[in-house]
Design a protein around this ligand. Structure first.
Ligand SMILES: *Cc1c(COP(=O)(O)O)cnc(C)c1O
Length: 384
């Protein structure tokens, strides 16, 4: 049982749990039922049905990228993106020693896709106060087995991924982006996907755009799109190239199509909620994670950082006030701290410091102004 609101009501210095802020929001769109009805009466629910093509076309247009390929999950999106970026990863029989460089601040769901492809994860440190890879750490990690650089921006905050581009080009390496958290995140006026060779999104129910389960892989390169498409449908079953089934079915695609009509409006509401909280924040012990120059957050979450002290105190304090945190929920730590990844340990002190300093605060469109005032007051009441 969670703490009961009445247990703590109004007793002296005890935190007053007057609210439980919800981290789930209602992602439905008024057109959901109409689109579902349309796909159900179309006679085809497969991954090659018209509703999937329509959803892909609408997604590519909204994200201003040439090709979009709907897949069954964000996890599949990471695998398919890597195969798109590195042709040699397609066929298990061809896989030699392969390494992909990524930050240890990424979630387990990202790195498991690498392991499934037989790729060795090489952890490189982040820039200070950022989820973005530090270019000099990437350079130090490159070996002759490196096949790609994988950037994983988190919680809707852009990274300076544009500065990894020249580095990737210098080493002739593809730049792959796991944008599961980064729908509607912009840098220099473009969606982050524009800066990678291939990028993958998740549309899991907890993400910015929801199809229940699902993902999307995007690229501007027609050859990569063709190859990835074939890979997601058993190599087109011609027996010359390898593949599995990673297609998204027609029904979730219909939901995606309806809900894509919401994302701009939701981004506006989420960004407005962020401004609302930040405008009321007066506590010198907490600050927002810096937003990189030229970057625009999506408002997927507000990232606040404990200034010069252990952020787990901030996480616990906000939790005691009924404000949910992904950091509390997933106990985020550097990936090499997990038993399955201990063999890949490479100390990344900035990444560790970052994860230890942060908490997330919900900004979703269902929060009321009263909720947001409550959150601001809780942030202001915090003392380390
Ligand atoms: C959620 C997530 C995934 C996995 O997406 P699913 O749709 O749950 O498979 C991969 N990478 C990141 C960064 C994520 O947040």
């Amino acid at each position: 049982m969670t703490k009961n609101a009445t247990d703590l009501r109004g007793f002296g210095a005890e935190p007053r749990l007057s609210r439980r802020i919800c981290d789930r929001w209602d992602s439905r769109h008024p057109d959901d039922a109409a689109e579902l009805r349309r796909v159900l009466t179309s006679g085809s629910l497969t991954g090659t049905s018209a509703s999937v093509t329509e959803y892909e076309t609408a997604f590519a247009k909204k994200y201003r990228i040439k090709y979009a390929l709907a897949v069954s999950s964000g996890s599949a999106a990471v695998m398919v993106s890597l195969v798109g970026a590195v042709p040699a990863l397609e066929d298990p029989a061809q896989r030699g020693p392969r390494e992909v460089i990524l930050a240890p601040t990424s979630p387990l769901c990202t790195v498991f896709s690498l392991l499934e492809l037989g790729v060795r994860p090489i952890f490189a440190d982040t820039r200070p106060n950022s989820f973005g890879l530090d270019p000099s750490a990437v350079e130090a990690a490159v070996t002759r087995d490196t096949v790609a650089i994988l950037e994983v921006p988190m919680w809707g905050y852009p990274t300076v991924v544009n500065e990894l581009r020249p580095l990737a080009d210098r080493y002739g390496l593809p730049l792959v982006l796991d944008l599961a958290h980064s729908h509607m995140v912009k840098l220099d006026g473009l969606e982050l996907a524009a800066f990678g060779d291939v990028a993958g999104y998740s549309t899991h129910d907890g993400k910015f755009l929801s199809t229940g389960e699902g993902g999307m892989v995007v690229t501007n390169d027609p050859e990569r799109d063709d190859r990835m498409r074939a890979f997601t449908r058993f190599g087109n079953l011609n027996g010359t190239t390898f593949g599995l089934n990673f297609k998204l079915s027609g029904a979730p695609a219909a939901l995606g199509l309806a809900r894509l009509r919401n994302v701009d409006r939701h981004a506006v509401m989420r960004r407005r909620n962020r401004e609302f909280v930040l405008a009321r924040l007066r506590n010198p012990h907490v600050r927002e994670l810096p937003v990189v120059p030229g970057g625009v957050v999506s408002g997927y979450a507000l990232l606040v950082q404990a200034a010069d002290h252990d952020g787990r105190r901030l996480v616990e304090f906000l939790d005691s006030r009924g404000i949910p945190s992904d950091i509390k929920k997933y106990e985020n730590k550097a990936l090499y701290e997990y038993p399955l990844l201990a063999a890949h340990r490479r100390e990344c002190p900035r990444a560790t410091t970052l994860l230890r300093s942060l908490t997330t605060i919900p900004l979703h469109p269902d929060l009321t102004d009263e909720d947001l005032v409550y959150i601001s007051e809780a942030l202001n009441a915090y003392a380390p």
